[in-house]
Design a protein around this ligand. Structure first.
Ligand SMILES: Nc1ncnc2c1ncn2[C@@H]1O[C@H](COP(=O)(O)OP(=O)(O)OP(=O)(O)O)[C@@H](O)[C@H]1O
Length: 590
């Protein structure tokens, strides 16, 4: 009862990190109670409000916080607040720090702020239109990044760094890109002088210039020569390997610790022994050939969209995963070229390495490194019940950030039209460091079907279901579903028990919209202390990824940056969730 008990009011701030739900009706009541103390009682003055990540939603009511005439710090970051900031809040004369980042505030930025303000953080909201020319002589820190602001940055604010403004569509001027004469429509300047506007979802490189026709021709010729050279080297390598090569067993005996695997084991289609060899990629340290592989003991890991995956254990103990592709729709040459693309794009710590491939008329195999710690899907959903080791919060953060980095790399290295195309939790594997690595990317162009219906149910963006085309933006959507899966511990498709099914994004949105409840998060996460704010921030990133309109989704680069920001503040602000958990259990120890 915060109205009558002043001590309870003072304790409120301490108790609040555990608070999951605060209804603004009672919020208004609390605030009027604060205002009462402030104005009428014994002169006690509320100087700071700090309610980060507690699930506040709706607009800030007028005449509540604004009545706290002695307020110096207002921090309501990482909530679900929307509407505009009431003018009475902004005119509190003593206000020095305003932290309202990671909310859903919208509309124009306020025209005036309290002149005492030294720090304003309004990043990660939906403020739009131009930034007013603010005259705040004491302002030392300003963050307006990741909004929807446009126009040129006013001269009074150009002294702030680029990081204060990044992530705003069509915002220009120092310290960002130069403003073109007519913004944001195409620039009337010659191509090589026009700047690239900052467009969400595109890679935004400040100050980058467009290339003129000559440069493009030079790049195309240069690129083709390099490709030709690579091709020649590749041919030379293949010929050398053929010289060294051993004969190929036509049908491998595949066993699983004595148990024979099924007749359609990989390798059963290997023909023409001399002509077809396993093609290893440069730098691969494996020392086996196709014959060894076909002799290896093998176990079926699962049947996926593209084919069946086997774990093969070679004589010398090396373990690899062999994926036997079915329904490959392209010829050998094209297949080889595509494999070369997958190899070069896939060189990143968060991508499961493709080590070799085999192509013949009747058999197409991909050889990947084996990831002993299994998949995210198994870690999240496997063995629920007694004896299960839950995936702690830090591991979830680490795995999801790793996967995001892998996908962002695929997007930046593969070119604008290159996408992963099959993001889901069984395609995020854990390496030795338990970092998330993505696999199975870029295979759609190889197959002669578009398995949208069967593949990745629940992960597909609405436009993919309609058009059957995967894009980088649809990858972002699938990644958003993956994040929701990590946060909720639920599958991408939920069943209501009747014939009704609902997808995870819809369910989460409905819970958040109607009333914030702890139910959104996985019950297994409830025991970790001081992670609520991070969980709420991750939820916001996930929700921005699953926006229905592809253009409203962030790019994967932006997603990585947002996730790294959370990690950064996590390192600064709290011990690891493991420590928290042990602290929690210590509290229960007499
Ligand atoms: N390199 C690997 N190391 C360890 N496990 C793997 C590896 N590659 C795949 N797996 C696991 O093997 C199983 C089957 O994988 P597969 O890729 O064939 O099917 P999927 O991921 O369920 O579907 P899809 O073909 O649509 O990706 C999955 O559980 C997957 O997590």
């Amino acid at each position: 009862d915060l109205n009558s008990d002043r001590q309870a009011l003072l304790d409120f701030a301490k108790a609040v990190p555990r608070l999951r739900k605060l209804n603004w009706n009672s919020g208004a009541h609390i605030c009027s109670s604060w205002a009462g103390i402030n104005c009428n009682k014994d002169g006690t003055r509320v100087t700071a409000i700090h309610l980060p990540g507690v699930g506040l939603y709706g607009p800030i009511p007028e005449n509540t916080i604004g009545k706290l005439g002695a307020l110096r710090i207002l921090s309501l970051r990482s909530n679900f607040l929307n509407g505009s900031i009431p003018s009475d809040v902004l005119s509190i004369p003593s206000l020095q720090s305003l932290y309202l980042h990671h909310n859903n505030f919208s509309g124009k930025l306020p025209l005036s702020f309290s002149p005492q303000l030294g720090a304003i953080d309004l990043s990660f909201n939906s403020f739009s239109e131009a930034i007013p020319n603010l005259n705040l002589p004491r302002l030392k820190m300003l963050n307006l990044s990741y909004n929807l602001l446009s126009g040129s940055i006013p001269s009074s604010l150009q002294k702030f760094p680029m990081s204060s403004f990044v992530g705003n569509s069509h915002l220009c001027g120092a310290p960002l890109t130069y403003c073109s004469a007519v913004s944001p429509s195409p620039s009337p300047l010659p191509d090589y002088l026009s700047s690239s506007p900052v467009i969400p979802g595109k890679q935004n490189v400040p100050y980058s210039k467009k290339l003129n026709g000559g440069a493009i021709v030079a790049i195309v010729i240069g690129g083709s020569s390099i490709l030709l050279l690579i091709g020649l080297m590749f041919l030379f390598f293949c010929l050398k390997k053929k010289d060294r090569g051993s004969s190929v067993v036509m049908k491998g005996k595949v066993s699983n610790g004595g148990k024979s695997a099924k007749p359609e084991d990989f390798g059963s289609g290997v023909q023409e022994a001399e002509k077809n060899k396993l093609v290893f990629f440069d730098g691969c340290s494996y020392n086996f050939d196709l014959e060894d592989l076909l002799r290896a003991s093998a176990e079926v890991l699962g049947k996926g969209t593209y084919g069946t995956a086997y774990k093969a254990v070679l004589d010398e103990g090396t373990m690899v995963v062999v994926k036997r592709l079915r329904e490959v729709g392209i010829g050998k040459k094209e297949f080889e070229q595509h494999m070369e693309v997958l190899r070069s794009v896939g060189q990143h710590a968060n991508i499961v390495p493709l080590r070799a491939y085999y192509y013949s008329k009747d058999e197409k195999l991909l050889v990947h490194e084996y990831m002993p710690a299994g998949s995210l899907s198994a870690a999240l959903h496997g063995n629920r019940g007694a004896g299960r080791t839950p995936l702690d919060w830090d591991s979830r953060m680490k795995i999801s950030t790793g996967a995001a980095r892998g996908i962002a790399h695929i997007h930046s290295e593969g070119g604008l039209r290159f996408s992963h195309g099959n993001i889901k939790s069984s395609n995020v594997l854990l390496n030795k460091e338990l970092d998330g690595c993505v696999t199975d990317f870029g295979l759609n162009p190889v197959m002669n079907f578009l398995g949208v219906k069967t593949r990745g149910i629940g992960y597909h963006a609405p436009e993919v279901i309609e058009t059957r085309k995967v894009t980088q933006k649809s990858d972002v959507y699938s990644f958003g579903v993956l994040l929701l899966e990590i946060l909720t511990g639920k599958s991408p498709i939920l069943s209501s028990g009747l014939d009704d099914v609902i997808d995870l994004p819809r369910w989460v949105r409905s819970v958040v919209r109607e009333e914030w409840t702890a139910e959104v998060f996985d019950v297994e996460l409830m025991k970790y202390q001081n992670v609520e704010e991070e969980m709420v921030q991750m939820l916001q990133i996930a929700l921005s990824c699953v926006a229905k309109a592809p253009d409203s989704r962030p790019s994967m680069d932006e997603v990585v940056r947002m996730m790294e920001d959370i990690k950064q503040s996590e390192m600064e602000n709290r011990p690891s969730s493991e420590d928290n958990r042990s602290k929690g259990s210590n509290m229960n120890t007499p």
